[in-house]
Design a protein around this ligand. Structure first.
Ligand SMILES: [Fe+2]
Length: 198
């Protein structure tokens, strides 16, 4: 049998436990809400914005943004899967076995209602030994369309014909494979690369 005193004590303890639990839940909710505003690596495969690299990844930070359009080049396409992968700052897909079938830096996005995608990564380097320009591989999958493969390359790359020099007109073509890149005030390379479904 419990005495009145011990019952009261139990009730007080339970109330205290509830308060602590509520406080903890609230804190977790706050953290979750704060994180959901950020670009989370864990979002890969379900978000239109992802991070491919950890903060410790060597290399120059780069953000690539773009929109996937229908064949007309004007109608944005939501719910398109955009898988990207590339080499690291030394030109390796994966050190030890530098095969593009097993890349380390990779990620999948799903375009949002405006057809947009965005990934945060580092600027890739050409393969070790050179010969090929630095590039990002794209695999684009959309319902009712054949899988599309394309690449992003960078203006000024020494392994591109004419060092990838672009005219003003070419710079404006956001669908082109070779794209210009500019450093923002935070020292991050910004690249725009739109995609057109066939
Ligand atoms: Fe490659």
């Amino acid at each position: 049998m419990f005495s009145k005193k011990s019952l009261r004590k139990q009730a007080e303890m339970q109330t205290r436990r509830l308060r602590v639990t509520s406080l903890l839940s609230f804190s977790v909710l706050l953290v979750w809400n704060a994180q959901s505003e950020e670009v989370c690596a864990q979002d890969q495969g379900s978000s239109w914005r992802i991070i491919l690299t950890s903060e410790k990844e060597p290399g120059e930070p780069m953000v690539v943004t773009g929109t996937v359009y229908a064949a007309d080049g004007k109608t944005p396409m939501p719910s398109v899967e955009v898988y990207v992968y590339h080499t690291d700052a030394e030109g390796y897909y994966r050190k030890g076995s530098n095969s593009s079938s097993n890349p380390r830096l990779k990620g999948t996005m799903i375009t949002n209602a405006e057809g947009k995608y965005e990934y945060h990564t580092i600027k890739p380097a050409p393969y070790p030994g050179g010969g090929n320009p630095a590039h990002v591989h794209y695999v684009i999958t959309a319902k009712g369309h054949e899988k599309q493969l394309t690449e992003l390359q960078f203006e000024g790359d020494r392994w591109l014909p004419n060092h990838g020099k672009l005219s003003e007109e070419q710079r404006k073509d956001t669908f082109a494979a070779v794209r210009p890149f500019v450093k923002d005030e935070k020292g991050v390379w910004q690249v725009r690369k739109d995609l057109r479904m066939k």
